[in-house]
Design a protein around this ligand. Structure first.
Ligand SMILES: [Zn+2]
Length: 316
């Protein structure tokens, strides 16, 4: 091999190695982008403000303000003097998120107000994560205090017990005022709704040590079907049940601040739960924030909302 050929071969080898390195790095970037959704600082901030606004509008008698401590720790302030951290910034998988969520985890998955045609993907359970310190503060710290907050709501043929705080029982009354006449006109609606499988029930969520939303008196199960719950059923059976389900029923509940377990990947089709913060976010902020446009754009503003927006802007 003469010297010229040797130099040429060397250049070719160096070029080949460099090319491979570039391709490999690109591959790594793609993998990372898929693993962690790229959220810029301004987008994170905009979503955080939206979440806090929805929480303030949903729990006006409990949440009194918001505070930023030492740079980036944001707390929601409660009437009792307690405060709840918005984001613990820990990496969590879907199960850790539902078992130990912070406010950011609770608000993260967007609930859809549209009619759905397919069972949602596994682990896509908007509203299924609950921040218990907030629930306790709003609906009762202990079984005894929850019991003292329950009031009776007529569901046509009988009364159920529901929590009187934060307009939960009042909202169920409003639902029934629309659902009862509709159920007299439509057999499908009647069959999906009645008899109810229960409202208040001081119990744990199956397979966990966490209290069910039924234990706070903020959830009602309508007529149950053996394919309603993901633990009893397959996704195929759940899909068939969903295909036949009259979604006029879920639309009425959503109008008054209830989420429907039929819109969870881990579905619970008979289950309705009063979660105004999740419905408000779905109603006002279903689109990602856009750079240069105020984060509260999309909100149908009321005097109350403007006061909260002002408070959030002042505090953060
Ligand atoms: Zn339920």
């Amino acid at each position: 091999m003469n010297f010229k050929r040797f130099i040429l071969s060397l250049i070719v080898i160096v070029l080949l190695i460099t090319g491979c390195k570039i391709i490999w790095n690109r591959h790594l970037i793609t993998v990372n982008a898929a693993a962690v959704s790229p959220v810029s600082d301004w987008e994170y901030e905009a979503v955080m403000k939206r979440d806090i606004l929805c929480l303030m509008l949903a729990y006006p008698e409990t949440i009194t303000g918001v505070d930023k401590v030492s740079g980036n720790e944001v707390y929601v302030l409660l009437k009792s003097g307690k405060k709840i951290l918005y984001d613990d910034r820990k990496e969590k998988n879907a199960w850790q998120k539902s078992g130990n969520p912070d406010l950011q985890d609770m608000m993260d998955q967007l609930y859809s107000l549209s009619k759905i045609t397919e069972v949602l993907p596994n682990y896509y359970n908007p509203g299924c994560a609950r921040v218990y310190p907030l629930l306790k503060e709003v609906y009762g710290m202990s079984k005894k205090s929850i019991l003292s907050n329950l009031i009776k709501v007529s569901i046509g043929y009988k009364y159920v017990e529901f929590n009187g705080n934060n307009k939960a029982a009042e909202s169920l009354k409003a639902v029934m005022k629309e659902l009862l006449p509709l159920s007299r006109q439509s057999h499908k609606v009647y069959a999906a709704s009645f008899p109810s499988s229960g409202a208040f029930n001081y119990r744990l969520i199956g397979g966990t040590n966490r209290l069910s939303s039924h234990a706070y008196g903020i959830a009602i199960d309508l007529n149950s079907n053996k394919y309603d719950y993901w633990r009893w059923s397959t996704r195929e059976e759940g899909q068939k049940r969903l295909n036949a389900y009259p979604q006029e029923v879920s639309a009425i509940f959503e109008k008054y601040g209830f989420i429907w377990g039929g819109k969870w990947g881990n579905f619970d089709i008979m289950h309705y739960e009063y979660r105004p913060e999740i419905i408000l976010k779905a109603r006002y902020f279903s689109e990602r924030p856009v750079s240069g446009i105020p984060w509260y754009d999309g909100l149908q503003s009321s005097q109350e909302a403007w006061e909260y927006i002002w408070l959030i802007e002042e505090s953060l």
